[in-house]
Design a protein. Structure first.
Length: 246
């Protein structure tokens, strides 16, 4: 590999990491496209408040249930994305389809009292993957799952804007995860996003609810189908269930 090839590969990796960090929703960068709601301002930095005996888990509780570096085989690392205040962040208009916007809001953990995001940097994998763990007050988790499920009944295509410009996204493969029983409720779907720069990005999503907690898993690939490891889904959900019981 010559110097220019090395520089080009580094630039691609940096871009991939940036896209992964800001893209939790169903187009690669539509976490920003989902906008900033009043709930976001109330949640502020995502840490929530300390849980009561029957209340939702706080940020520190979710953080302990996430994976530590070295726990996920084949990764360079698996850093947590530290929460930050949302005031002052750039927002974007809603995407072109209202049902799809509902999907994006759920994937962005709208309504959660605490949220922990984690990135998985697999060795030899430019795009990597990510997870979002969220805790909800009351029946918020069940409502979030219902909202996602209802949105995916009609959400098939949408367009929007992001930090990297306009994009279009197709939504396919809505159904149950290709794994054994996991959590109280679970579903999966796939998206293909065409960016203004000509990138054809494929993403695989798995969304699981267990009690008042939800877990979103996302794997990205460019130019080919992506699949988030289902064994890692099961391991993370088991940890959440153990955390609920403790």
């Amino acid at each position: 590999m010559d110097v220019m090839d090395a520089v080009r590969e580094r630039m691609l990796k940096d871009k991939a990491r940036r896209l992964l960090l800001v893209g939790t929703a169903a187009g690669v960068v539509v976490l920003a496209g989902a906008g900033c709601s009043g709930q976001d301002a109330a949640r502020d930095d995502g840490r929530g408040s300390a849980p009561t005996a029957s209340g939702p888990l706080a940020y520190d509780d979710l953080e302990r249930l996430a994976f530590e570096n070295g726990e996920v085989p084949g990764t360079h690392d698996s850093p947590l994305v530290k929460p930050r205040p949302r005031q002052g962040e750039r927002t974007f208009p809603p995407v072109s389809d209202a049902a799809c916007q509902n999907v994006l809001d759920v994937l962005d953990a709208e309504g959660a009292s605490a949220v922990v995001r984690q990135v998985f940097n697999w060795k030899g994998d430019l795009w990597g993957g990510a997870s979002t763990l969220a805790s909800y007050p009351g029946a918020g988790a069940e409502q979030a799952f219902d909202r996602l499920e209802n949105g995916l009944r009609t959400c098939r295509y949408y367009s929007g804007e992001s930090y990297d410009g306009p994009y279009t996204t197709d939504v396919t493969g809505v159904g149950a995860p290709e794994t054994g029983h996991v959590g109280d409720e679970a579903l999966t779907f796939r998206t293909t996003t065409l960016t203004e720069e000509g990138l054809d990005l494929h993403q695989d999503y798995v969304f699981v609810r267990t009690g008042a907690l939800t877990a979103l898993f996302r794997k990205t690939e460019a130019g080919r189908e992506a699949t988030f490891p289902r064994d890692l889904v099961e391991r993370q959900v088991e940890r959440l269930e153990e955390g609920r019981a403790s």
